[in-house]
Ligand binder design. Structure first.
Ligand SMILES: Cc1ncc(COP(=O)(O)O)c(C=O)c1O
Length: 430
């Protein structure tokens, strides 16, 4: 085996992996069609729940098509996954004094959306094998103030929805599925986003479907879809006059350009998901035999995995190289990779200092009767702490390659493993 690229050898791979986003004439023509039509913003208010005429608006067409793809009755398009989470909480009536349980190993929006409605996010640990919310930790975190839980389908694999839904039902909690990673994925054959009270999606540029930015809320409840649309549309009311505003909504709308692009991206979702899944499961099989490499478990209930991120844990002692050195060595072998979230969310200064709103809202205000010390979550969430130290992430675009591309990934990791002693000597001498 040749010398490591990090020590002056030839990298396993010099050609690039597939780039992202993927687009073709479909997107180009769709954008031009909107541009030339002059209808850059077109939507009949109420389209989230009322049948729209074909060709009414790209946004209307897309939100129906995407909701249908995920097996949900209604879809409400909006400007981002962050907005989708905030709007969902508003529509469910979550607000001051309420606690919302979230995992700490996720993007910050999962935890800041509750803050945006003046509710208090509390963290419950993840499962160490899947990096998804641990139902037992969820149950332990419930207090009389808990109103909702936001399980994240991390990396595109379904969370343990059977147990989460049953705990939520027993305790009367709302369930908001954060499916920002879960386009096209399923739990027990049912589309993510169709299982809880609402589901939320992101179409930001890194996601498996994208228009640069964008978001969407899925729900099976007509009353919630009506409220979500109102909150996305400045508080308008179904059947009300145009300049009549009934609640504190915002402008979280999606443009026709985004709707048109996303309709094209949706065409590709199924074949791309199949490809990512084939390659992700292939890597799982190939890497599982290497000491110290532990691909995330794909539970049987995750019947369709979006593989938004390909993730494995690096057990440094077994593999024989520190994660920092491993990441550097793998990148130099031509395999782009990162360590993912640097720390669990509660370790962000915003949480440690409770620097949310002026005058202590929402954690130290009259509405809230609990006491919070976000630093104490480090003891309650050992799996999230470990995940931040051990994870290795590969972007989903890598999984759009062929089997030879996957073999390069395996070869590069094997090469690092076989040369681990040289690497350790080098990093000790640094
Ligand atoms: C798990 C999760 N939730 C929510 C979001 C927020 O989505 P957006 O960036 O569209 O606001 C993201 C985006 O990275 C995410 O990864």
């Amino acid at each position: 085996m040749s010398r490591l690229a990090m020590l002056g050898g030839t990298p396993v791979r010099t050609k690039p992996f597939p780039s992202w986003p993927v687009f073709d004439r479909g997107e180009e023509e769709a954008v031009l069609e909107v541009l030339r039509s002059g209808e850059w913003w077109r939507y009949s208010y109420g389209q989230a729940v009322e049948a729209s005429a074909p060709g009414d608006s790209k946004v209307g067409e897309f939100q129906d098509a995407f909701a249908q793809r995920q097996g949900a009755r209604y879809g409400v398009a909006c400007s981002s996954g962050t907005a989708a989470l905030e709007v969902s909480l508003k529509a469910l009536g979550v607000g001051p004094g309420d606690e919302v349980i979230v995992p700490p190993y996720t993007f910050v929006a999962t935890a800041t959306a509750p803050l945006a409605v003046n509710a208090v996010p509390l963290f419950a640990d993840i499962d160490c094998e899947t990096f998804n919310l641990d139902p037992a930790a969820l149950e332990r975190a419930i207090t009389p103030r808990t109103r909702a839980v936001i399980p994240v389908h991390f990396a595109g694999a379904a969370a343990d929805m059977e147990r989460i839904l049953s705990i939520a039902t027993r305790h009367g909690l709302f369930v908001i599925e954060d499916a920002a990673h879960g386009h096209g994925a399923a739990w027990q054959g049912k589309g993510l986003g169709s299982l809880g009270h609402v589901g939320t999606f992101s179409f930001q540029v890194s996601k498996n479907m994208t228009a640069g930015e964008g978001g969407l809320i899925t729900t099976n409840h007509r009353d919630l879809a009506i409220l979500c649309e109102s909150y996305v549309w400045g508080g308008r009311k179904l059947g009300g006059a145009w300049y009549e505003h009934h609640r504190l909504g915002w402008n979280y709308r999606m443009t026709e350009f985004q709707g048109a692009i996303l309709l094209q991206q949706l065409r590709r979702l199924d074949p791309q998901t199949t490809k990512r899944m084939e390659n992700g499961l292939y890597l799982n099989r190939r890497l599982a035999s290497l000491p110290g490499i532990q691909p995330l478990l794909v539970p049987a209930y995750a019947t369709r995995h979006a593989f938004h991120i390909y993730v494995f844990r690096l057990e440094e002692a077994q593999f024989g190289v520190s994660r920092a050195v491993f990441l550097e060595a793998l990148a130099m072998e031509g395999i782009p990779c990162t360590g993912g979230y640097a720390h669990p969310l509660y370790k962000n200064p915003m949480f440690l200092n409770q620097d949310f709103y002026p005058r202590g809202c929402p954690t130290s205000c009259n509405h809230y009767t609990g006491k919070i010390d976000y630093a104490s979550f480090a003891d309650l969430c050992p799996n999230a702490e470990r995940a931040c130290r051990k994870a290795v992430w590969l972007e989903h675009r890598l999984l759009l390659g062929g089997q030879d591309d996957m073999d390069d990934i395996v070869r590069a990791i094997e090469k690092i493993y076989h040369r681990r002693e040289e690497l350790s000597r080098m990093s000790n001498a640094r």
